[in-house]
Design a protein around this ligand. Structure first.
Ligand SMILES: *Cc1c(COP(=O)(O)O)cnc(C)c1O
Length: 413
């Protein structure tokens, strides 16, 4: 393996084979479900974990393996697993590492479906406390004797709150609590949660990794920072080998194999190709987002702008310290009396769609869509104003983006 310093250099050279003589530069799409062996003994050895090999595509294929190792490299981890969606990766992790009677501390500022998933965990007897994770003191105050895990997002959507990442990491390490970080909105290009001692890192591959809005995928990466020896929920069968990978083995067996939210080789291939330009896309989209945030903040029809690149953002300094750039998600509250839908319809460049991390600029009002089911009371608690619009900024040319927003806002009455 050649060793390169840069993020993109490592991704584009990731699939490089030992020899270039007639071998594919991309790991091919292996669409076979079963994998055959010359002798029964060979197959037995694979089943018993004595030799490394594939048996059935629900657990792994050479194509998903290749994507996994690329993700591990970008997150500086010790191993990764890929799933059919980001939600599959999250549910796999929660359901295999927590059980009835355990306590989870989670950020109050979560992706809407993650919030919904966490309320489901409560039905299975897992206690959950939601806290304002922008300040470690709130996490500390929520600690119980049965607390096993803290879950936060790096950069929350839609409010762009930034968790107290480093302080929570220090506290989790000191308490022996698992620190699970959703890195989707920053991606390993902007931030690697291992730097704040995360135990496990999740990425929705549907966002910046794939980048083109053409495939769903999710990943969990084990950073190697957590020693699982005393963690109560690791099954005996997986308490062997490298201790820093026990959780990953358990998630692979109990979630990927038993629950089956597996990524197809077709999907893995598309994500791997998309990831080659992740840094290039993000450089452009983050620059666009910053320029647009400045335009919006200066406009008299706009109330609050939520973008960590603005000095007015409550965690601007934290973002500047930890993140390479400020991200592509930008939200704003339209002043009371103006209609969000009317504005969105008059900004030509916007596509009315949910989703984040696309090459195109997408936007939607929050209270009437993603957070509709939550109701006004919980929306207020989660920092979702009734006039909030969320944008996922794309890679369009900056002038087109700025002109289109300026025109839409000026027209608004
Ligand atoms: C999109 C997203 C998810 C879920 O990922 P899917 O691939 O859509 O299932 C989880 N967390 C965050 C922060 C996301 O943005």
């Amino acid at each position: 393996m050649i060793k390169l310093k840069g993020f993109t250099s490592n991704i584009v050279h990731h699939d490089r084979q030992q020899s270039y003589n007639d071998s594919p530069i991309h790991t091919p799409i292996y669409n076979s479900v079963p994998y055959g062996y010359k002798s029964t003994k060979d197959l037995e050895n694979v089943f018993q974990g004595k030799t490394v090999g594939h048996s059935y595509a629900r657990q792994a294929t050479p194509t998903t393996d290749s994507l996994q190792s690329m993700i591990t490299q970008t997150e500086l981890g010790v191993g990764s697993l890929v799933f059919a969606t980001g939600m599959a990766a999250l549910s796999a992790t929660f359901l295999t590492l927590l059980k009835s009677g355990d306590h989870l501390i989670a950020s109050r500022f979560l992706f809407g479906n993650s919030y919904s998933l966490i309320t489901t965990l409560e039905n299975f007897g897992i206690e959950v406390t939601l806290v304002d994770a922008t300040n470690v003191e709130n996490v500390i105050a929520a600690k119980q004797d049965n607390t096993l895990m803290v879950f936060v997002e790096t950069l929350a959507n839609p409010g762009t709150q930034i968790a107290d990442l480093a302080a929570i990491g220090d506290w989790c390490e000191q308490q022996g609590v698992v620190y699970f970080v959703d890195n989707t909105m920053t991606s390993p290009y902007l931030f690697q949660p291992i730097r704040v001692k995360a135990s496990l890192v999740m990425n929705s591959l549907s966002k910046y990794f794939c980048g083109h809005g053409t495939v769903l995928g999710g990943a969990v990466t084990e950073t190697g920072m957590y020693d699982w020896t005393d963690y109560p929920n690791i099954f005996d069968a997986y308490r062997k080998g490298d201790k820093s990978k026990w959780a990953l083995t358990q998630i692979k067996k109990k979630a990927l194999r038993d629950m089956g939210g597996s990524l197809s080789s077709d999907g893995a291939y598309q994500i791997a190709v998309g990831a080659e330009t992740m840094a290039l896309r993000m450089d452009r989209a983050c620059a666009n987002a910053l320029a647009l945030a400045q335009l919006l903040e200066a406009h008299d029809k706009v109330d609050t702008v939520y973008y960590p690149g603005l000095p007015s953002h409550p965690q601007h300094d934290r973002a500047t310290h930890w993140f390479k750039l400020y991200g592509t998600i930008l939200s704003f509250d339209l002043k009371a009396g103006y209609d969000c839908a009317q504005l969105l319809d008059s900004i030509d460049i916007i596509i009315n769609a949910t989703h984040l991390g696309d090459n195109r600029t997408l936007a939607l009002p929050m209270a009437s869509t993603i957070f509709y089911e939550m109701g006004p009371e919980n929306r207020a608690k989660s920092g979702i104003s009734e006039q909030m619009i969320r944008c996922s900024i794309g890679i369009e040319d900056t002038d087109d983006l700025l002109e289109s927003f300026q025109h839409g806002l000026d027209e608004l009455s």
